[in-house]
Design a protein around this ligand. Sequence first.
Ligand code: ZN
Length: 206
Amino acid sequence: MPTNDPAPSGALRSPPEGIFPSFEDLIGSIQRVAKDQGFGIVKLRASNYRDHKPTRYDLVCDRGGVKYNSTAKKRNPSTRKVDCPWRAKAVCEVQLGNQWRFQVQCDQHNHEPRVHSSNPGQENTPTAQSIRSLTNKMDRMSHEMTQAFDRIEQRLDGIEKRLETMESRMGAVEARMSSMETRGTGMDVPMDNMEMGGPMLDGPVM
Ligand SMILES: [Zn+2]
């Protein structure tokens, strides 16, 4: 790692590209370096199978992936997915005697390094502190927003339940109306009879 080009503040340096005797060596080594930098590397997919063994792994930052998955990952903001674009690949190369080459494809992160609890001395620079307090503030804000959304959701649930109750009540009313209608028809019959009977009864009197 060249020391003559210091990374800008907050930037995450990728593990150096290189060749490793096996994939286990490769992933172990780059995951160690990444962890020291404040991010994690995870396998996205295995491909190019040869004799049922993958000869290529796509690697991504552990904060890559879908940005917002509603309720999950709320607990720990430092592992929240933020769709980080960092990408790399590990390829088993025949011309290298089946050794594994590690190559970075997108050397960019869209988030701050994870704060290590193990070595706080390194992280207590004013910049790190202000970034951390800003991050905390943003986390609080997003937490409050989430809570507000939860409240809205609860209210909507309440409204939905009330609507359901109204609907079932309407159903009951409808049922009553139709039973009234039925009864009404039933009542028409004797009334018609009476009307029909009326003139018949009146006849003799007139
Ligand atoms: Zn990242």
